[in-house]
Structures are given as structure tokens and as C-alpha cells.
Write a protein that binds this ligand. Structure first.
Ligand SMILES: Cc1cc2nc3c(=O)[nH]c(=O)nc-3n(C[C@H](O)[C@H](O)[C@H](O)COP(=O)(O)OP(=O)(O)OC[C@H]3O[C@@H](n4cnc5c(N)ncnc54)[C@H](O)[C@@H]3O)c2cc1C
Length: 368
């Protein structure tokens, strides 16, 4: 008999999990999504974890593995360069000593991350040459394996791919009762395995089960420009020192962002002051940008844990309910690996995730 796997949330985690599970003909997979505030849809799209200063080794292993999965998934599903492209990333540093330290870190990290590709130390003029939009540049380190992804299109394509196999999609909000029964817009639904890939909304969803997820929401905004000029498809992403990230997408779309607003809860309003601040940051790099070229302001909600680490897996004492949350500001990078590991667990019933995370219990506690 086929098993019923139900996924809640169709962001990067839900979509990648559905993609991997779609290869299994013994499963019926259903996904529900309420369709609000999704971080994946509103993200900047930088995939380049290797030069991060974070000391968290578990996070790094997860992010490195996630970044390495993209080319495989993209090739398998035949997504084009408007969805994902390894155009390279440049991280800048003004101080020559800092630049050299960053370059050495890159060389060291590449020893066990061959997907980083070519590493080059660039002068300010060389950086400006690689990113013709810049009117002001700093020296930087170029990593050819760095990529940009359109999170919205990536997740959408995976869901479409899985729908051709064993996935059924529904729109709508679900809730759980105290026994973990699933209430959907179509009434109560049974499941063999339930996967809660709900990002920043895990806490309210689990509360009726008297379980508190240690996750808080963080608001993130970014601006998108539609520019009159076009540029080559392989212009790298810029992660400048002290300014917002600068992400030229294919041809004439430029993204500048993002903010990290910790005091706004689940608010999804665009704030004009923040828009101006993001614009000013973009203009410091490209003095020709104008406000009327802003085509969109995007707002999303990230999920954070107290130690900034993602967590995933079965909840204590219930192997049938899995959770994944806390992906923070690098969830497009870690998300594919988390989705793959969850799918593996559904199929095998086993896991050995110590290299990637602390036990899930660390992030879940009983309600008073
Ligand atoms: C502005 C911004 C910029 C970012 N830039 C980057 C970047 O450059 N690189 C990077 O690696 N990461 C980036 N991130 C982080 C990344 O986008 C997130 O960490 C990641 O997308 C989280 O994915 P998720 O699947 O866990 O959650 P989400 O994408 O938030 O998906 C959760 C889904 O669950 C649904 N849901 C919740 N509750 C319910 C319910 N009760 N019933 C039904 N559906 C429900 C929601 O509607 C939502 O669609 C950025 C995030 C933001 C906001």
C-alpha cells in the first residue's frame, strides 16, 4: 500500500523534499501552502557560503553540501540560467591585509570544497571590469563557483517537476490539534508522515501540541531594479564590505539587499524609509541608479533560532512528524541539503545528522 507523506510549506525545504520524494512510486505526496510571507520567494539568491566568518562547523557542512547540490538538481530538472547560474561571487575588502586573509581562507576552504572553482584576488579596477554597472569598486576575492538563484522560480520548477510524478498541491492554511491531527481546508487529513517545512511559522503551528519551537521571525526587505541597459549573463554577484549585497540577475534585473529587521515580527509592509536606505546603498556602488528604476520591493520573513542554526528531523517521541526551521539568512544555501536529508529519512527511517546539527530537542521544548 502506498504511504501518505504530507508536507506543509512549499518554500525551498518543502519543494526540495517533494522533488526527492517524487522519485519514489510507493509514496503519495501532498503539499499545502498558505502562500504568505514566504522567505524563499523574497530572497536575494546568493549561494556562496565558503568565505563566511561563521565558526559554526555544522552550519558550514550543511551550507557547503547545499551549495554543491544545486548544479545536480538544476541539471536533472533542466532549469535554465534565469533560475540558477554560477556566475561567480566577489567579496570585497578595502584593507590589503584583510583582503589577503580572505584570499588565504578561500584557498584553504577550497581544499575540501572543489565546487568553489577558480579563486582570484582582484584589484578594484578588475572588480569594476567584471561588474560593469559599478561606478565605485573595491578590491576583492572572486570565487567562480558562487551562484545566484531565483528562489521563487527554483521552488516553483521543482514543484511542477514533482507534480508530474506523485505530488498533489493544495493552497490553504493548515492547523494541528493537540494530538497532532492535521486540519486542512478540506477537513481532517490522515498521513503516515507529516513534514512541517513552515519556516518562521513553526512556533504557532506546533503550539496546540504543547510544544514550543525556539524560532523567531525576522523581517527582510530588498529592492529590485529594472535597468535600461543589458549586461552579459555571467556578471558576478557582489558582496561588498559595509554595504548591501548587489546582485545583477540575467540582463537588466538588479537586486540590492537585504535588511535584517528583528523588531517587526511577521510584518510584511514595505517601509519607505527602508526602501530609501537600500536605494542609497545601491547608489554608492552604481551612482547612475534612480528611484524610478525600482520595479519591486520584496518583503519576506526569515526564521531564527537562538544560536542561528537550522534544525530538522523528527520531533521527540513521534517519528511521524518531522520539522525543519531556523534557516535564517542562508536558507537558500542550506535548504537543498535539509530537503534531501528529510527525504532520505522518510525513505529509510534512519538518520545520522551529528555533522550537520545539534539534536532537534535543542530547539523544541514542552509548553508550560
Ligand atoms: C530578504 C531575504 C533575503 C534572503 N537572501 C538569501 C540569500 O541571498 N541566500 C540565502 O541562502 N538565503 C537567503 N535568505 C534566506 C532564505 O530565503 C530562507 O532561509 C529560506 O528561504 C527559508 O526556507 P523555508 O522553506 O524554511 O521557509 P519559507 O520559504 O518561508 O517557506 C515556508 C512556507 O510555509 C508556509 N506556511 C507557514 N505556515 C503554514 C500553515 N499553517 N499552513 C500552510 N502553509 C504554511 C508559508 O506560507 C511559506 O510559504 C533570504 C531571506 C530573505 C527574507
Amino acid at each position: 500500500m502506498q504511504k501518505q507523506v504530507t508536507i506543509i510549506g512549499s518554500g525551498i525545504v518543502g519543494a526540495v523534499t517533494a522533488y526527492y520524494l517524487s522519485a519514489d512510486p510507493d509514496l503519495n505526496v501532498t503539499i499545502y501552502d498558505e502562500g504568505i510571507g514566504q522567505a524563499t520567494k523574497n530572497s536575494a539568491g546568493i549561494i556562496s557560503p565558503w568565505l563566511s566568518k561563521r565558526r559554526n562547523q555544522r552550519w558550514y557542512q550543511l551550507a557547503k553540501a547545499g551549495a554543491a547540490l544545486y548544479p545536480e538538481i538544476v541539471a536533472d530538472t533542466q532549469m535554465g540560467y534565469s533560475v540558477y547560474q554560477q556566475a561567480g561571487t566577489i567579496v570585497t575588502r578595502e584593507d590589503p591585509a584583510d583582503l589577503e586573509a580572505l584570499y588565504q581562507l578561500a584557498l584553504q576552504r577550497r581544499a575540501d570544497a572543489p565546487q568553489m572553482g577558480t579563486i582570484e584576488k582582484l584589484t578594484a579596477a578588475e572588480v569594476a571590469d567584471r561588474i560593469p554597472l559599478l561606478t565605485r569598486a573595491q578590491p576583492g576575492v572572486f570565487v567562480s563557483g558562487g551562484a545566484r538563484v531565483d528562489g521563487d522560480k527554483f521552488a516553483h520548477n521543482l514543484l511542477k517537476y514533482a507534480e508530474k510524478r506523485n505530488l498533489v498541491r493544495h493552497k490553504g492554511k493548515v492547523t494541528l490539534n493537540e494530538h497532532g491531527q492535521l486540519m486542512t481546508p478540506h477537513g481532517q487529513q490522515n498521513y503516515d508522515t507529516l513534514i512541517l517545512a513552515v519556516g518562521a511559522w513553526l512556533k504557532p503551528l506546533l503550539l496546540p501540541m504543547r510544544m514550543v519551537a525556539k524560532v523567531r521571525p525576522q523581517k527582510g526587505q530588498l529592492i529590485e531594479f529594472q535597468l535600461p541597459e543589458t549586461w552579459a549573463d555571467d556578471v558576478p554577484v557582489l558582496m561588498p564590505e559595509g554595504e548591501r549585497d548587489f546582485i545583477p540577475f540575467t540582463r537588466s534585473k538588479l537586486v540590492v539587499g537585504a535588511t535584517h529587521e528583528n523588531d517587526q515580527g511577521y510584518d510584511l509592509q514595505v517601509s519607505p524609509l527602508v526602501e530609501e536606505d537600500l536605494f542609497a546603498s545601491g547608489q554608492k556602488l552604481d551612482a547612475n541608479l534612480t528611484m524610478d528604476q525600482i520595479s519591486q520591493v520584496k518583503v519576506g520573513t526569515r526564521a531564527y533560532t537562538p544560536d542561528f542554526s537550522p534544525f530538522f528531523g523528527p520531533i521527540p517521541d513521534n517519528p511521524h512528524i518531522l520539522v525543519a526551521s531556523g534557516l535564517g539568512s542562508s536558507g537558500l544555501t542550506t535548504g537543498p541539503m535539509i530537503g534531501k536529508l528529510l527525504a532520505d529519512y522518510v525513505q529509510t527511517g534512519h538518520h545520522d545528522w551529528n555533522q550537520y546539527q545539534l539534536p532537534v530537542e535543542t530547539y523544541l521544548e514542552e509548553a508550560d
